[in-house]
Write a protein that binds this ligand. Structure first.
Ligand code: GLN
Length: 230
């Protein structure tokens, strides 16, 4: 799936790799195409409308499911945004009679609720091992995601709705598998996180990456924080 500036996220990764002389190859995986665990440094699942999720969930679980589980097991970084996040979980219930199965790589369940969509600018505090940092983005989802008892969130909501508009949690993280509702796009608004993604995918520390001139990216981050009310 690919909606809400997911391409911007991929472009951000491509450029930050290229600027540093790190090779970058993007391989799209469509319906019916198998994945090979161990072949990729990062697997990115974009967002989508319910209709698109219905179309690709069966393929994701049936055709790619085993390879996705293998990749997760091998420590490949897997990042799901919005609809992709929902499908990393156990299920997405669209209604009493319709439930989309997910990959089950995160212990989360999403339920479509008759309430309003959770839309707006959002900021969350996360700690990915470098101390607390802020991610800013935009969310737009009808699904409410609830974490299993032992499932860690990605972060804590500072502004916005987060997973379900009530828990104060945003996203989910189990080691190298990460899901978040933040898009809009996520990575250009949070260059520090883009670098964390690149470094983690390459299994090095972010501090090992060559620093870049991030003045414009810093301004984009500040602007996204202001939009969220921080
Ligand atoms: N279709 C999902 C929802 O509305 C995800 C939307 C998205 O990816 N932005 O909850």
């Amino acid at each position: 799936m690919n909606i809400y500036a997911d391409r911007g996220n991929l472009l951000m990764l491509r450029m930050r790799c290229q600027w540093r002389g790190i090779g970058f190859q993007l391989i799209e995986s469509g319906i019916g195409e198998e994945l090979r665990p161990g072949k990729h440094d990062l697997i990115y699942l974009g967002g989508g409308q319910d209709r698109d999720q219905l179309l690709c969930a069966e393929d994701l679980v049936g055709v790619k499911g085993q390879a996705m589980a293998g990749a997760a097991e091998q420590g490949t970084l897997i990042l799901g945004v919005c609809g992709g996040y929902q499908l990393l979980g156990a299920s997405y219930e669209l209604g009493p009679a319709q439930s989309i199965p997910g990959l089950g790589l995160l212990d989360v369940r999403t339920v479509r609720d008759p309430g309003p969509r959770l839309i707006g600018n959002v900021a969350i505090e996360v700690d990915l091992g470098e101390g607390p940092k802020v991610l800013a983005g935009f969310e737009n989802h009808g699904g409410r995601t609830r974490l299993g008892a032992a499932q860690a969130p990605l972060g804590r909501v500072l502004k916005g709705h987060g997973n379900d508009g009530a828990s104060g949690f945003e996203g989910a993280r189990s080691g190298n598998v990460i899901g978040t509702y933040l898009h809009g796009p996520l990575l250009p608004k949070n260059a520090w996180f883009a670098d964390w993604v690149i470094a983690t995918a390459l299994r090095i520390e972010p501090s090992e990456l060559t620093p870049l001139d991030d003045e414009l990216e810093r301004q984009a981050h500040q602007s996204a924080l202001r939009a969220a009310g921080l």
